[in-house]
Every structure is written in structure tokens, then in C-alpha cells.
Design a protein around this ligand. Structure first.
Ligand SMILES: N[C@@H](CCC(=O)N[C@@H](CS)C(=O)NCC(=O)O)C(=O)O
Length: 227
């Protein structure tokens, strides 16, 4: 392949996931911090991805690739990495990606949206009923993951992209404060993820402005009906 590939990312969860995987794999891609909804970048990003969302991978001679999972697959293929194994192990990896997105990832995304993103950008008050629903789904999925991870280090035995995907929203836990305490095997797995290169800080050495901080939890604590 000739020319330079470009991975467009931001500090938000899915672009962060794409960036973490690219850096973990040491993929030969230029890393571009993007603001796809701001002028004058919006038109360019609309052309790359009709949703304008990140991450997006531009590769010479190929159409732009968007969706973090597809980008991770592509980069792992290019690097010949078992992070996305192209053999008998693949269905197991797909199973955890698919199950995770419908359960654990979706629950953590909902909580992160209400308590992290909405508050960070002043989009609106916390929908506490939504958070309660998210927490119910979180506990169901976390219990299942905890059982599964009690007997193995990673979801499919060895580390794969399914682990990265399952943990998409966990780097934001300092803001969203998930109730992880009842799930020691899940916490131990998260510790193993945090020990991976670039997991804790995929932005190391990059020119990527910090996200606006989410306001302290105390500033939008849930009001009781009487208040
Ligand atoms: N399903 C998509 C979701 C992409 C997405 O929602 N990206 C959001 C951040 S999580 C985005 O690009 N927001 C604008 C930004 O970060 O500037 C994927 O997995 O890649």
C-alpha cells in the first residue's frame, strides 16, 4: 500500500477505542484529532461518514471506513494480529462483541451518556429513571461477565478485540462511578486491561485537547420526590 492512512479520532468513547487499538497494534497510521461537527471541518467529515461520527479510517485506494469495530478488524488484519483472529477462534470473539453491545456496553453507554456526556456538554438534566434502567442492565450483564471471567484472563481466553469493545466506557469510570465492587473477577479483568499499553492514556504524546470536565456529582445529585 502506498500513501498514508489516517485515523481520525477524538477523546470521546468510540474514537478513543479506535485510537487505543491502533496504538496497541502499533498500526502505521497518522493520528488526527478531529472535530467533525465544527466548522470548517463538518463538510469534510460528512463526506467521509454520513453520520459525521468518529472514528474514521482513511486508507489510500479504499473508501473511508467508519465504526470502531470495523476499523479494529481492518487494522488487526493489516498487522497480522490475533486481536481479531481470522480462524476458528473468530466466532467466540464475535459472540462477545455482539452480546456485549446488546448488554454490558449498552448499559455502560447509557450511564455514561446521562452522567458523563450530557453533563459535560450541558445537554440536559440527568434522566435518573434512565440511569436506573441502565444500572439494572449493568448488574445483570456484570454478574454474567464476572462468572465467565472467574476462570479466564480475557473473554475468549487470550486477549482479543472483544475485551477492548466490552470495556469501551470503563475509562470514564472516574466520572460515572459504576458499582463494580460486587464483581471481583470483572475488576481483575479491568486491571489487566488497564495494564495494556495505551489503555490508560491512548492520547499520550498527541495533540488532543482535553474534554471539558463533567461537573461534580454533587452539583446534580438526584432530588428526592419531596424536594
Ligand atoms: N457506532 C459508532 C459510534 C461512533 C460515535 O458515537 N462516535 C461519537 C463519540 S462516542 C462521536 O464521533 N462524537 C463526536 C466527537 O467525538 O467529536 C462506532 O462504534 O464507531
Amino acid at each position: 500500500m502506498t500513501g498514508t492512512s489516517i485515523l481520525h479520532y477524538s477523546r470521546n468513547p468510540n474514537p478513543r477505542l479506535g485510537l487505543t487499538v491502533a496504538r496497541y497494534l502499533q498500526a502505521p497510521v497518522a493520528l488526527n484529532f478531529a472535530e467533525p461537527f465544527s466548522e470548517p471541518q463538518a463538510a469534510k467529515f460528512r463526506a467521509l461518514n454520513p453520520t459525521q461520527l468518529l472514528p474514521i479510517l482513511e486508507e489510500p485506494g479504499r473508501p473511508p471506513l467508519w465504526e470502531a469495530d470495523a476499523i479494529a478488524c481492518r487494522l488487526a488484519m493489516r498487522m497480522g494480529s490475533d486481536l481479531w483472529p481470522l480462524d476458528d477462534r473468530l466466532p467466540e470473539v464475535i459472540r462477545w462483541i455482539s452480546w456485549g453491545k446488546a448488554t454490558f456496553v449498552m448499559a455502560t453507554e447509557l450511564i455514561c451518556w446521562e452522567i458523563g456526556t450530557k453533563q459535560r456538554y450541558g445537554i440536559g438534566p440527568v434522566d435518573w429513571e434512565g440511569v436506573e434502567r441502565g444500572l439494572g442492565d449493568f448488574h445483570r450483564a456484570a454478574a454474567q461477565l464476572n462468572d465467565h471471567l472467574g476462570t479466564r484472563d480475557f473473554l475468549a481466553g487470550a486477549l482479543t478485540y472483544a475485551d477492548f469493545r466490552m470495556a469501551t466506557f470503563l475509562p470514564y469510570d472516574h466520572e460515572i462511578e459504576l458499582p463494580l465492587a460486587p464483581y471481583p473477577a470483572l475488576q481483575a479483568w479491568l486491571g489487566r486491561m488497564q495494564a495494556l499499553p495505551f489503555w490508560t492514556d491512548p492520547f499520550e504524546g498527541l495533540d488532543a485537547p482535553a474534554l471539558p470536565p463533567a461537573p461534580p456529582r454533587s452539583s446534580y445529585a438526584r432530588q428526592s420526590p419531596a424536594e
